[in-house]
Design a protein around this ligand. Structure first.
Ligand code: GLY
Length: 345
């Protein structure tokens, strides 16, 4: 037996549900987890064309790639195809792809026949360390990211690092934005390690990269386990996301690029609100991993979108700031003050 296939999953509990994690595993393992005859894989054209052999013997629904397709119209066409394939309550949906695919798979599985089981095979760095974890799954509405969705955990997550062999450089950078975010809010030691390392070294040293993926997954898993429905600590994961999401669809930035700019400005706001001293280190680290930091943008237009952010509660925004590297905290800020600070940056 392939050594990788003998590795047992790690089980994590989220409220009354559990997710099995197959870290550093292999796609072939999927047929031991689910029965191919009662499973439908959802993936995108890029992955399907690059790994056609892997999908042989599986029922598949292949979508156009990209965030532009993370919308209700795609959900409708997938559901029509599932009905055509006679999917029933015993069908399992498996999302094989990046965040767009896993978000949509989890959402569709949660509404089809009022909910069927689902699992993920994340194939991008962002998917491995962030998008596949936590149970938030949904779609965008116009420029409003993830405006419609649910929180429901996958029954398993399977990692196969071989998918990263076809991942473009820009997608590595995209994923490292979330890794840097985790280090900023929760792990000063990881932040220092990232300062010493580089994208190239992680791409070359697969063991170091697998270790980094597992540590990042665990940071997010632990936060979500404590606060699945975002009443407290889970809000920290939004560091850089308030401004980031407002920028993302308006400027056609990748998620990583948008939150990198968001983290840059959130570091400055952290300095104003709680005397954070290390903005330069945050900016240098983001730039080291190929991410944008300072950007000129139409502040008025971005503030309009920002007002509809899900973290807004009436006239206040729950904004994530850094007290120091490795320690994020949430501050409710009146929208008017946030607007003033962003306008002044
Ligand atoms: N699916 C991403 C999250 O739950 O945060």
């Amino acid at each position: 037996m392939d050594q990788k296939n003998s590795i047992k999953p790690a089980t994590y509990h989220f409220g009354d549900t559990t997710t099995q994690y197959y870290f550093d595993s292999a796609f072939q393992k999927l047929k031991e987890i689910v029965n191919p005859t009662s499973t439908i894989i959802i993936t995108d054209e890029n992955l399907f064309n690059a790994h056609t052999k892997k999908f042989k013997g599986w029922n598949t629904i292949v979508l156009k790639p990209g965030e532009a397709y993370k919308v209700q119209a795609t959900v409708d066409t997938v559901i029509e195809q599932m009905i055509g394939m006679e999917a029933d309550r015993k069908t399992t949906l498996v999302g094989v792809g990046g965040g767009v695919i896993t978000d949509m798979t989890g959402y569709i599985a949660s509404v089809y026949m009022r909910g069927i089981s689902f699992g993920f095979v994340p194939t991008s760095v962002l998917g491995l360390v962030d998008a596949s974890i936590g149970g938030k799954n949904g779609i965008d509405v116009g420029v409003y990211k993830n405006m419609v969705g649910i929180i429901r955990q996958p029954s398993f997550i399977l990692h196969d690092m071989l998918f990263l062999n076809t991942l473009p450089q820009s997608e590595w950078e995209n994923g490292f934005a979330e890794i840097i975010k985790h280090s900023c809010i929760k792990d000063a030691r990881m932040f220092a390690e990232l300062e010493t390392g580089s994208l190239k070294t992680y791409q070359r040293k697969k063991n170091d990269f697998c270790d980094l993926v597992r540590r990042n997954a665990l940071i997010k898993i632990k936060v979500v386990q404590k606060d699945q429905f975002e009443q407290g600590d889970r809000k920290l994961l939004n560091f850089g996301h308030t401004l980031g999401h407002a920028l993302e669809n308006q400027y056609e930035l990748s998620h990583g690029q948008a939150i990198s700019i968001g983290m840059t400005y959130a570091s400055h706001i952290s300095n104003v609100l709680c005397g954070f001293k290390d903005t330069k280190r945050v900016v240098a680290l983001l730039e080291k991993y190929g991410l944008p930091t300072y950007a000129s943008f139409d502040k008025k237009a971005v503030l309009e979108v920002l007002k509809m952010d899900k973290k807004r509660v009436r006239k206040e925004m729950n904004f994530v700031v850094l007290e120091k590297i490795g320690k994020g905290t949430v501050r409710p800020i009146p929208l008017s003050q946030l607007e003033e600070m962003i306008t002044a940056l």
